[in-house]
Design a protein around this ligand. Structure first.
Ligand SMILES: *Cc1c(COP(=O)(O)O)cnc(C)c1O
Length: 370
């Protein structure tokens, strides 16, 4: 028998270098531990209005049929997405969250010793999946909290295979603009795959935001990621999708587990696409609440990064972990940015007015007491 400390040697060499994603505690557990009646979670950029009623109905309708395997081809949902986006079904792949598509892209394209370029900070999953491919992470510092596309282009070496562009970027909420993307792609080698992760694109108000789907006509090395987890309010079901030229989709499908998207997720996503009202309501909420939060943060003389998404990166000016703990005692869960090396910052998901008020009140109280 192997000694326990030798078990590591059985795994792929980089496994112990990977920092596993730290999930938050369940809301119910926080309530119990702290003896709180209500807890507000503003940590994971979920939609506080919940899923569409149409999605809830669809889930109920299909609940009794979960003895049957899901449609592994996602036929109806892909068709509906293709119609909506003006694409062919062969240009779409469904994933168990868009997270899964990140991992499919890295598995299919990124080989041992190659490199993936990404913003620093940007979405943490890019790092984890790159390491799982035994590839190198090339983290490129942001410029004024925005992805620095010229610096990312400069960082390219012959070993570079993937470039991740989170747009809007998580955790900063900033975008890269049409012109910047055009310049970036102009001279880019066709040997490199560019991933535009657009998890929050529905919330973007800036008209300089690029319509990346149009780029598919000119470039064959682009993958666009979208999700039902954010504005559609289906994070718990795990469903997202990728868009690319058919040849790329076909390769990703070879690596995809056959039943990766469950039947309730497919049914709920399909129903959600028919509910324009839920999307409009969610956009309106974020637009209004963004202003509410800005004006209160201004009053408190706190700086923040103006956002194009449903979360705000806020600079506290003091170590955030302390504030994070105090907010938790008040029943408010936010995301500290230690994992992103932004020790003075927190990322706040924009909630309902009631939730945002509670956050502002609690934050005010903490600052008065220190
Ligand atoms: C939330 C988020 C996702 C979505 O992940 P799912 O797996 O679809 O839930 C993807 N990318 C970024 C940048 C995100 O913030």
């Amino acid at each position: 028998m192997l000694r326990d400390n030798k078990l590591e040697l059985l795994a792929m060499p980089d496994i112990m270098k990977i920092k596993s994603y730290q999930p938050g505690k369940p809301i119910e557990e926080v309530k119990r531990e702290l003896g709180l009646k209500t807890v507000v979670k503003l940590a994971s950029n979920e939609n506080p209005l919940g899923p569409s009623n149409k999605a809830i109905e669809a889930i109920k309708k299909y609940a009794g049929k979960v003895n049957i395997y899901p449609d592994g081809g996602g036929y109806y949902l892909k068709k509906a997405l293709a119609d909506k986006l003006g694409l062919g079904e062969e240009e779409i792949i469904l994933g168990n969250g868009s997270d899964e598509i990140v991992s499919l892209v890295t598995r299919v394209f990124l080989q041992k010793g190659e490199e993936a370029i990404m913003g620093d900070p940007s979405f943490l999953m890019y790092k984890i999946d790159t390491q799982l491919s035994q590839a190198r992470i090339l983290p490129i510092p942001l410029n004024n909290f925005r992805l620095n596309l010229p610096a990312m282009a400069k960082a390219i070496t012959p070993k570079t295979k993937l470039i991740f562009i989170s747009n809007p970027n998580n955790p900063t909420g900033t975008i890269v603009e049409k012109k910047e993307v055009r310049n970036f792609l102009k001279d880019l080698s066709s040997q490199i795959i560019v991933i535009f992760d657009e998890a929050y694109f529905e919330y973007v108000e800036d008209e300089n935001y690029p319509q990346t789907i149009n780029l598919l006509n000119e470039k064959n090395n682009i993958v666009i990621l979208r999700t039902f987890s954010k504005i559609y309010g289906l994070a718990g079901l795990r469903i997202g999708y990728g868009i690319a030229r058919p040849q790329i989709i076909e390769m990703l499908n070879r690596a995809r587990p056959p039943f990766n998207v469950n039947s309730l997720a497919q049914a709920a996503a399909l129903a959600s696409l028919k509910d324009k009202y839920q999307i409009e309501r969610s956009k309106k909420l974020i637009k209004e609440e963004k202003e509410y939060l800005y004006s209160n943060l201004n009053k408190m003389k706190l700086s923040y990064i103006p956002t194009q998404a449903n979360f705000i990166l806020i600079k506290l000016g003091i170590k955030a972990s302390h504030v994070e703990k105090r907010l938790l005692q008040d029943g408010i869960i936010i995301r500290g940015m230690k994992a992103y090396n932004l020790t003075q910052y927190i990322r706040l998901t924009i909630g309902t007015r009631e939730q945002n008020e509670r956050f502002i009140r609690a934050l005010d109280k903490i600052f008065l007491s220190i």
